[in-house]
Design a protein around this ligand. Structure first.
Ligand code: NAP
Length: 260
């Protein structure tokens, strides 16, 4: 193995990506597979996972598993991780990507909307991370946890009314730091990846409204929206030996949005 490969290869590792049925999750899974990891793909829409699992297996020659999962159910998380372990081996790279971004004025936000955003974007990543870490600690194996946060983990949105989302992502960012500290002794590195504005099923409609897209482009130093595949390099970096001294950090993939 040459030195470049030893820095970035994920061969022999097992990834578990939530929200792999659309948007950025597809690219998180593709990135791990491209670097040689076997990958479990998890989300509620199983038909999409089946297609992606077959595609990644044939394109990159890795083993894949399509696992239907609602991340807000602790019981389903246990079953899904057990299945990934049975089919692929112990999960040592977790990508907490599943997320929802409900909007609504803060002064009238329904309790159910708040609860759903916190359950999916904050509680579920914790429950998944906890279980993956437990497996690694018991097996005395190192691992990686990558939490997909957002530019809205560090700043508020001037475009959308996103109180539940910003609260959850801000919480997930600081949870990332806490877990990094608590699990450093076990060799479990925990980092956050913060995407900027990237068109996906979740974001396209909002971007098309009024002059939103133009405002986003204007407030991004690189002057354009991102593309989903532009997070692949950051995922491989955070999952691989290349980031062996990186933990508790946030890597922004946002065209410079947070730089000014
Ligand atoms: N796109 C952006 O501009 C942007 C910017 C910053 C951060 N992010 C973050 O990136 C992540 C992916 O977003 P995206 O833009 O790719 O959105 P997306 O296309 O809507 O994808 C969201 C994914 O989350 C899954 N999901 C939602 N609720 C779930 C649940 N209860 N159980 C399991 N899976 C669930 C969905 O799968 P099913 O519906 O099949 O379950 C889907 O695969 C999110 O955490 C989001 O906050 C996105």
């Amino acid at each position: 193995m040459d030195s470049l490969q030893s820095l970035f290869s994920l061969r022999g590792h097992v990834g578990f990506v939530t929200g792999a049925s659309s948007g950025l999750g597809v690219d998180c899974a593709a990135a791990l597979a491209m670097a040689g990891a076997d990958v479990a793909l998890a989300a509620r829409r199983g038909d999409r996972l089946d297609k992606l699992a077959a595609q990644l297996a044939s394109e990159y020659g890795v083993r894949t598993a399509a696992i239907q999962l609602d991340v807000t159910s602790d019981g389903q998380i246990d079953v899904a991780l057990a299945r990934a372990r049975r089919e692929l081996g112990l999960v040592d790279i977790l990508v907490n990507n599943a997320g929802i971004s409900p909007t609504g004025r803060a002064e009238s936000l329904p309790r159910a909307t708040w609860d759903a955003a916190i359950a999916t974007n904050l509680t579920a990543p914790m429950m998944l991370a906890q279980r993956v870490a437990r497996g690694l600690i018991e097996a005395k194996r190192p691992g990686r946890i990558i939490n997909i946060v957002s530019i809205y983990a560090t700043v508020a949105s001037s475009i959308y009314r996103l109180s539940a989302y910003t609260a959850a992502k801000g919480g997930l960012l600081n949870l990332t730091r806490q877990l990094a500290v608590e699990w450093a002794d076990y060799g479990i590195l925990v980092n956050a990846l913060a995407p900027g504005w990237i068109p996906t099923e979740a974001t396209e409609a909002g971007m098309a409204k009024g002059n939103n897209r133009e405002r986003m482009e204007r407030s991004t130093p690189l002057g354009r929206l991102g593309q989903p595949e532009e997070i692949r390099g950051a995922i491989i970096f955070l999952a691989s030996e290349a980031s062996s001294y990186v933990t508790g950090s946030m890597l922004a993939v946002d065209g410079g949005y947070q730089a000014w």
